[in-house]
Design a protein. Structure first.
Length: 198
């Protein structure tokens, strides 16, 4: 009975993996299809290479994270954090958050991602340390937004300040959700260890 449950879970995992990689391939094909119908989308080979590397890198990192643990909370936390990182890079490269994509103030978001990566490495990807790292990342995201608004970076853009306020809140919320899920995974890990020693 346990063997059939394990096989069923493995099969479900494979199905999700196939669906995720198929979605990634379709995401990369969207601009190619759009280029056939409109002049508004005009990607170069470099754009496709960048997008492909970003998608594959995010997918492979998620694959590694899911193999590290059987905890659904940990997997969800990693998924949310990777989605936030992916979207932050994608939006910044495509249109920019602070003004246009050419505004050098957008480079501050590289610091946000650096905090997430360095924090994860310091935490050795353990859930309790990851929760703290992602909380620090949310604070860094908010700080970048405050700096951009206070210094009026990108104030010539028609979307100023709404875009900065909305996207700062959106990304900070994603980082906080990920931190909460990592915290939940840490609690589950602690209670499982306690049950083993009783």
């Amino acid at each position: 009975m346990a063997g059939s449950t394990e096989n069923g879970q493995r099969q479900l995992g494979r199905s999700w993996r196939v669906a995720a990689w198929t979605s990634a391939a379709l995401l990369l094909l969207l601009p190619l299809v759009a280029m056939q119908f409109t002049d508004e989308v005009n990607w170069t080979m470099a754009d496709f290479a960048f997008a492909g590397a970003l998608i594959v890198g995010t997918g492979l990192t998620f694959e590694l994270a899911t193999r590290m643990t059987g905890s659904n909370a940990y997997r969800a936390a990693a998924g949310v954090a990777l989605a936030a990182a992916f979207l932050l890079v994608w939006i910044n490269a495509a249109v920019g958050i602070i003004g246009s994509e050419d505004n050098p103030a957008n480079l501050m978001y590289g610091g946000v991602l650096a905090i997430a990566v360095i924090g994860a490495l310091i935490a050795r990807f353990k859930p309790d340390g990851m929760a703290r790292a992602l909380f620090a990342t949310a604070l860094a995201q908010a700080l970048v937004g405050v700096i951009a608004l206070a210094a009026r970076f990108g104030s010539t853009a028609p979307s100023f300040p709404e875009a900065i306020v909305f996207l700062t809140g959106f990304f900070a919320a994603l980082w906080l959700i990920s931190a909460w899920l990592f915290h939940k995974a840490a609690r589950q890990q602690t209670s499982a260890a306690d049950r083993r020693f009783r």
